[in-house]
Design a protein around this ligand. Structure first.
Ligand code: AMP
Length: 282
């Protein structure tokens, strides 16, 4: 596996690759890799000539310095795991200085209103930071296919919008959410939870599943009340938002239109760790 830390060296390598007309799959991550990331990587390996992974904890997408500094990181373990998957992977692991040259600020993007709700509302400027780093990485890597998890569905929709709006010549590939056997969506942040909190966190999925099972029969008020009531029984869980939204424009809804597709979205603090999850309701 080749590891690049410097943009100049990475660029030189990529230039040679492009001359060989290799199809490039790209998986941007913040590291502390788990089976969710590995599923994206495996898919990229099967669909491209070469797969490039980036590990970069992007400071501009954090609206809270404590959250940034306590974000899980284990580069050695990540590198070992990647080597086991394939020796042919390329890892880009730059420093913050390398990416931002001391000027840690976001560019300004418009997301057509997709950032008005949920993460966009509760994590100010989060998506401006996400788009800033992705623009830099896409310009550098010039990938053919880029892999994103439905686990971060709002991010996925915003990336789809921004890629088409800015005219990037690449495909965004949606990948399904990988969960533990008892339903907890895998996340790097789960590493901050002890075993008992991880068990409690599975109730977020139970709540989402309840919505899916009852979406056709219960009205919205009942669904919202039942979810809030069910989760209020766990003192470790504090809901930040629970929303049913159109999966295309992400607008929260109160009435159903049979021709539209919906998802239920949740963000909650579980024993001091902020988790998000979502489920499709069709
Ligand atoms: P992150 O390292 O958290 O920025 O995530 C990098 C990529 O992995 C994003 O596209 C995420 O949506 C995706 N991802 C994270 N967790 C999961 C999961 N449990 N299942 C599938 N994809 C995931």
């Amino acid at each position: 596996m080749i590891i690049f830390k410097k943009i100049v060296e990475f660029k030189n390598y990529l230039r040679k690759l492009k001359n060989k007309k290799k199809k490039i799959g790209f998986i941007p991550t913040m590291g502390a890799l788990h089976d969710g990331h590995f599923s994206l990587i495996s898919r990229s390996i099967s669909e491209n000539d070469l797969s490039i992974i980036s590990i970069f904890i992007n400071p501009t997408q954090f609206n809270n310095q404590n959250d940034l500094f306590s974000y899980p990181s284990d580069l050695k373990k990540d590198i070992n795991s990647l080597k086991i998957i394939s020796e042919n992977l390329i890892l880009f692991n730059p420093s913050s200085e390398e990416i931002y040259s001391g000027n840690i600020v976001s560019n300004v993007f418009s997301f057509g209103g997709l950032d008005k709700y949920m993460e966009g509302k509760f994590r100010k400027n989060h998506f401006q930071g996400v788009a800033t780093i992705l623009q830099k990485l896409f310009d550098l890597v010039k990938p053919d296919n880029v892999y994103f998890g439905e686990k971060d569905f709002q991010q996925l929709r915003i990336v789809e919008y921004f890629v088409s709006n800015l005219g990037f010549n690449l495909n965004i590939i949606r990948c399904k959410t990988i969960r533990t056997d008892d339903g907890l969506a895998l996340s790097s942040r789960n590493k901050k939870l002890d075993i008992s909190s991880q068990k409690i966190a599975t109730n977020l999925f139970k709540a989402l599943n309840f919505v899916k099972e009852n979406f056709d029969t219960l009205n919205f008020e009942k669904i919202y009340n039942k979810v809030r009531h069910f989760l209020s029984e766990f003192s470790e869980i504090k809901i930040e938002y629970f929303i049913i939204a159109d999966e295309k424009d992400l607008k929260p809804i109160k009435t159903k239109d049979k021709n539209k597709k919906y998802r239920a979205f949740i963000a909650a603090d579980v024993s001091g760790v902020r988790l998000i999850d979502n489920i499709k309701l069709y």
